[in-house]
Design a protein around this ligand. Structure first.
Ligand code: ZN
Length: 306
């Protein structure tokens, strides 16, 4: 009888141990599975963002304004002997009583929006700067001519705007540069001396060393402009008309010279809608709206000593 009781007790103890072991096993399995899932999800997210960026770069859509955050850096740049200027260049900070000089710059045109942008600028008697890409259909050629005829500054933004092509080599960069410069000259008679790098001079999208290209432009006597005020019209956030105006106004007050990044592209209808309110707000604040010329303070994210 006693032996039987001991056996029953032993069985119960074994069963409890077994259950305990199974429970521990299940909990461990679930914990490991959860941690793995989280790690895997995080990894996939990073991968997706990086792949999306690659796709954008390859299709030439990577956006300048996403590059603003790269403006100041970096040990990489230092090793290339590149002098980095911050956007908040102290000499450009506005003091009480300074007149704000504002340069509206439109990248990526001509587009279906160019005529509407030019109409609005004409309505307000305001001159701007167009950093154009190479397009040779009749409407685009007419747009280049209208930009020049109406007293705006025409400037280059590469022919193809395809990062993978332009920044592939110095030869590729030069070929693209000459192509857009010649197209503008042949179409408008303007010997164009202003340039904006696709992605800005601070772009790090293709791990490109920009100093060679910068040196090339310096040698040609071509001045490149980045920007110190971004409307945000090319970020993935879809800003409203009011927000675009607000984005510009909140930064313009900081500087003596503001070079404002805007886009002239088929999909940028909000930019066109925001333009009248933007011009009115700038004029109401006493700002001078001007086209880029040889007297304009040079705003660059990256520069090298000439
Ligand atoms: Zn662009």
């Amino acid at each position: 009888m006693k032996d039987k009781e001991v056996k029953v007790l032993k069985d119960q103890r074994d069963r409890r141990k077994r259950v305990q072991r199974i429970r521990t096993g299940i909990i461990t399995f679930i914990s490991v599975w959860m941690v793995l899932s989280i790690v895997l999800t995080a990894f996939m997210c990073v991968k997706i963002v990086s792949l999306q960026k690659q796709i954008d770069i390859l299709s030439g859509n990577y956006d300048e304004s996403q590059e603003v955050s790269n403006k100041v850096s970096s040990s990489a740049a230092d090793t290339r002997n590149v002098l980095i200027q911050t956007i908040d260049d102290k000499e450009n900070l506005a003091q009480e009583g300074d007149v704000h000089q504002v340069y509206l710059t439109f990248d990526d045109g001509p587009s279906e929006q160019t005529q509407a942008i030019l109409d609005i600028l004409d309505d307000y008697g305001v001159k701007a700067t167009f950093f154009v890409n190479g397009r040779e259909d009749e409407a685009s050629l007419a747009a280049y001519r209208r930009i020049v005829d109406e007293g705006h500054t025409i400037a280059m933004h590469s022919y193809s705007h395809k990062y993978s092509e332009i920044y592939a080599s110095m030869e590729a960069f030069e070929a693209d540069f000459l192509r857009i410069q010649n197209l503008i000259y042949d179409t408008t008679g303007v010997d164009c001396m202003y340039y904006r790098f696709p992605g800005g001079s601070s772009n790090r999208v293709s791990n490109t060393d920009m100093s060679e290209y910068i040196q090339y432009l310096n040698k040609q006597g071509v001045t490149y402009y980045d920007w110190n005020v971004s409307s945000g019209d090319a970020t993935s956030q879809a800003f409203t008309v009011d927000e675009l105006v607000e984005n510009v106004m909140k930064d313009v007050v900081k500087y003596k010279t503001s070079v404002v990044l805007l886009h002239d592209a088929n999909t940028k209808t909000t930019t066109v809608q925001a333009l009248p309110a933007m011009i009115e707000a700038l004029q109401a604040s006493g700002a001078l709206i001007l086209p880029i010329d040889e007297n304009t303070r040079v705003i660059q994210h990256t520069s090298i000593q000439k």
